[in-house]
Design a protein around this ligand. Structure first.
Ligand code: MG
Length: 220
């Protein structure tokens, strides 16, 4: 991956937000939990990616790290925090949000499988450099409803609808904030719908939200 990646999210108006930590939600769509042979957890399943996971989505050339042979796509809605959230806040998170975008939670499925079997953390399989391509960030004032999709070489592989989320954006923010204290630049990856699968050299990936945002990248 390109280690010279900028260290900021870019808003549609050109404003830049220094990147914090990625808080990623697992199994937030029941059909995806099922395809992974799992169920929706009682509490949100959260794992982290470091800021170096970020790579600008548009026109990115993604590579599978040399220590893995199985790079998987998971398309997700990203929520970026615009202002530090007061400690103790339990509701009304939307006014601290800078905006939303489309992202990939890239996953080294072979490494993750071994980690699951051994009961080890997912830090390597989920948090490697370049594991979080994120689009330009679009502002919103109230929580939007989205449909979103991912296609590979012109074929739709994943389709999502935020109405199908097991936990809402507000619930995810409240949970993460209660544990981690969310700050400006932090990003919540809100879970992937069903249809995850492998990426291969030469693949052309297009991810989009409704008609509002469309991003393309390729696999080296
Ligand atoms: Mg994911």
């Amino acid at each position: 991956m390109n280690i010279q990646s900028p260290r900021t999210f870019t808003m549609k108006d050109g404003t830049e937000i220094p990147i914090g930590t990625f808080y990623c939600i697992g199994r937030n769509y029941s059909a995806h939990a099922k395809e992974m042979g799992a169920s929706v957890p009682d509490k949100p399943l959260v794992f982290l990616k470091p800021s170096t996971a970020y790579i600008p989505f548009e026109n990115a050339v993604l590579t599978c790290p040399v220590f893995s042979k199985e790079l998987h796509h998971e398309v997700e809605i990203a929520i970026v925090i615009g202002h530090d959230i007061p400690i103790g806040l339990q509701s009304g998170f939307e006014k601290y949000i800078a905006g939303y975008g489309i992202a990939l939670d890239l996953t080294l499925r072979d490494i993750q499988k071994i980690a699951k079997e051994k009961g080890e953390p997912w830090a390597i399989s989920k948090g490697f450099a370049g594991s979080a391509p994120v689009s330009t960030i679009l502002p919103f004032s109230t929580y939007p409803h989205f449909t979103f999709s991912l296609s590979i070489n012109g074929e739709i592989r994943q389709k999502g609808d935020t109405n199908d989320m097991e936990r809402t954006f507000e619930q995810l923010l409240a949970f993460c904030h209660s544990i981690f204290h969310l700050k400006a630049g932090d990003c919540i990856l809100t879970g992937t719908p069903e249809g995850v699968g492998p990426l291969y050299s030469g693949d052309i990936i297009i991810a989009q939200i409704d008609d509002s945002l469309k991003m393309q990248c390729t696999i080296a």
